[in-house]
Write a protein that binds this ligand. Structure first.
Ligand code: PRX
Length: 645
């Protein structure tokens, strides 16, 4: 790990919202007097009925309950749209950059208001009421933001499913939250290729009951429309008015569900509510990126992930910011695309993922150097640990050494950024997410849950709640309690390992559970395994992550075949395609090893520790193998490993 320290540049500190002293002061207050601190900062958004009660939270596993601003009422879409009309109606709310570099669109706050109102009325016309769940399966087009805000306007709960998920994965998520309405597009467009979204929806709902499918026209491609069930968005929008009054919602009414992978079972529906989430998303957006009035801000995530929810849509729009939304991919039409878009729209703040940085670094620095990037002031990173080489390349080449990089650690569950530098306050160390945001109390524990002091390495927990925290797993509160609050009594367990150095800086080391992080996409190894064993030729499967130069982690699969099946290259391809079909292209195995047997204890438990080591090609020290039922399988596994260096 790099020991280099980058001080805060003087010109950044001079104009930033907070400097080092102010950070200390605000942080202290936020943890010694959370009621007072959040009572004050909760006012950054507009309330219909102001709250009197600020914080009511318990991490006691017998009674986990998390409530913030619980007696206040508000409407999230009014906060993201209506309240900006008087002051910045003609300012760009969204700059949309198409997949095709010749296509872009600017949507002002006035226009956003009109579009969101229309979309809300279309939802009404399709029977959507307060509390109903609406599944959104859209590409990165402005309608994705309109649909989210329209749900918020009518009090419906959106569940966005990333467009890269398969029909089966989509169906599972529609069924779990019982949504009766799906919003999709004819097709998506990414890197010049069409993504058959409507056709995927048709496959997904073959066996389930859905009342309405609202289809946005994006490419004009040919799609099947089922009478009575499927409607074209543009036709419905023509029929409705452009006024729809925002519904008054309680702070603790649900805003959205977002499915994410855990170490066991099917994906969890992470539930976020309205008031605390919006306060936290908007406050972190302003402070972490040092957002200033007039800045053009670009987060390259997809709205299908939590980063898109909090830092493309809700945080920036609550702040009246100009947020750039990009339909395409970093390498189309060339690896200069990100940098060209930055010049084209004079982007000041740029937030992306380490996997993108690594792949663009591999494509060659000349693509960066031919662009100006003078407008840039702040750079950001999210999704996985950023290796110091990628950090340094990003800092030197993209930011010309001028722009602080905020390496932001957080999770779908946390709603917003928890550990991060603040540009005007925090000296940077490449690879470290540095220090906690206001109100966040990270701590490290050992395997027994003992708190570790000072410089130490252990499991990362959080000792108290913050307003953006998830409230429950949709439909399964017990799973919420079990997953996050039962490992270490009275603490929220993140699932991440972490080191704290002598300066109190946090260095996330990666997941300590059976979750892997592939190109910033979070995946449960159990999900990939259950997809594999559903294949008729597979008897058993075990999936582990291994270090991958571009993706951070790659997917390494061990499969035992049914008796009589031969391990062939064709079968490897067949299994890869199978997983893509079952889960989606993001779960495509990188390496598949056919194994006559898996290492198991006498009680039949697979020893993943051993499989991880072999996948990493570091099998000299496999640790204690004396409990294996059949130690002989190890030799075959090593002999036929797929990641030989
Ligand atoms: O392991 C951590 C990693 O991503 C996990 C959360 O994934 P997800 O819920 O999909 O949310 C991703 C976007 C917020 C974490 O448990 N992670 C995320 N950001 C970082 C990170 N690891 C290291 N450094 C980060 N900046």
């Amino acid at each position: 790990m790099s020991e280099a320290v980058y001080p805060v540049p003087a010109e950044i500190a001079a104009r930033a919202h907070v400097d080092a002293a102010r950070y200390q002061e605000m942080y202290q207050r936020s943890v010694t007097d959370p009621e007072g601190f959040w009572g004050e900062h909760g006012k950054r958004i507009d309330w219909i009925k102001p709250y009197a009660r600020v914080k009511n939270t318990s991490y006691d596993p017998h009674n986990v309950a998390i409530k913030w601003f619980e007696d206040g009422t508000l409407n999230v879409s009014a906060n993201c749209v209506d309240r900006h009309l008087a002051t910045r109606g003609d300012q760009a709310a969204i700059i949309w950059e198409g997949d095709d570099p010749n296509e872009h669109k600017v949507i002002t706050y006035k226009e956003l208001h009109r579009e969101v109102n229309k979309f809300a009325n279309v939802l009404h016309a399709c029977g959507v009421k307060k509390g109903d769940r609406v599944t959104i399966y859209l590409p990165m087009i402005p309608e994705a933001a309109y649909a989210m805000l329209a749900c918020a306007r009518v009090g419906a709960v959106h569940s966005i499913v990333f467009g890269g998920f398969s029909p089966d994965s989509l169906a599972q998520r529609v069924v779990d939250c019982e949504s009766k309405v799906i919003v999709t597009a004819d097709e998506g467009l990414r890197g010049g290729r069409r993504v058959p979204l409507k056709a995927n929806v048709d496959k997904a709902i073959e066996k389930i009951a859905v009342d309405k499918v609202i289809v946005v026209q994006r490419t004009g491609g040919d799609v099947a429309m089922s009478d009575g069930r499927d409607v074209w968005y543009h036709e419905e929008a023509d029929r409705v008015s452009d006024h729809c009054a925002p519904v008054e919602m309680n702070a603790e009414d649900p805003l959205f569900i977002l499915y994410t992978s855990g170490s066991t079972g099917k994906p969890k529906g992470v539930l976020h509510t309205s008031g605390g989430y919006l306060v936290y998303a908007s406050m972190t957006h302003e402070y972490v990126f040092d957002y200033q009035q007039g800045d053009v801000y670009w987060c390259t995530a997809d709205v299908g992930w939590v980063t898109g929810h909090s830092y493309i849509v809700y945080g920036p729009l609550a702040n009246g910011a100009t947020t750039l939304m990009f339909e395409g991919i970093p390498t189309y039409p060339s690896p200069a695309r990100f940098w060209e878009v930055i010049d084209k729209h004079k982007v000041n703040i740029f937030y992306t993922a380490p996997t993108a940085i690594r792949s663009l670094m591999g494509a060659g620095t000349e693509h960066v150097k031919k662009t100006s990037r003078k407008s840039l002031r702040i750079l950001g990173s999210v999704g996985e640990p950023i290796n110091p080489e990628a950090w340094t390349w990003y800092h030197e080449n993209v930011g010309d050494g001028r722009c602080p990089i905020v390496d932001t650690w957080w999770q779908t569950e946390t709603g917003g950024i928890l550990i991060t530098p603040l540009p005007g306050a925090t000296p940077l160390k490449p690879g470290s997410a540095t220090r906690p945001f206001f109100g966040v109390q990270p701590a490290l524990v050992d395997a027994e849950g003992k708190l570790l002091e000072g410089a130490a390495e252990g499991n990362l927990v959080l000792l108290d709640s913050w307003p953006g925290q998830m409230r429950t797993v949709y439909g399964d509160h017990e799973r919420f309690v079990q997953t996050y609050f039962s490992t270490y009594h009275g603490m929220y367990f993140t699932g991440d390992g972490c080191r704290r150095d002598a300066d109190g800086y946090y260095w996330i080391t990666g997941r300590v559970d059976d979750v892997i992080n592939v190109s910033g996409h979070r995946m449960g190894t159990a999900e990939v395994e259950s997809a594999l064993v559903a294949h008729p030729k597979v008897s058993e499967a075990a999936v582990v992550g291994y270090p991958h130069d571009l993706k951070g982690q790659g997917i390494y699969v061990y499969v035992t075949l049914m008796a009589g099946e031969a391990p062939t290259e064709d079968l490897r391809k067949e299994l890869r395609d199978w997983v893509r079909k079952e889960i989606g292209p993001i779960a495509s195995p990188d390496l598949i090893q056919f194994a006559p047997g898996l290492p198991k204890t006498r009680s039949g438990k697979i020893m993943r520790r051993i499989l991880r080591k072999i996948a990493e090609d570091s099998f000299d020290n496999l640790g204690d193998t004396s409990t294996l039922a059949d130690p002989a399988v190890i030799d075959d596994l090593i002999e036929n490993r797929q990641n030989k260096h």
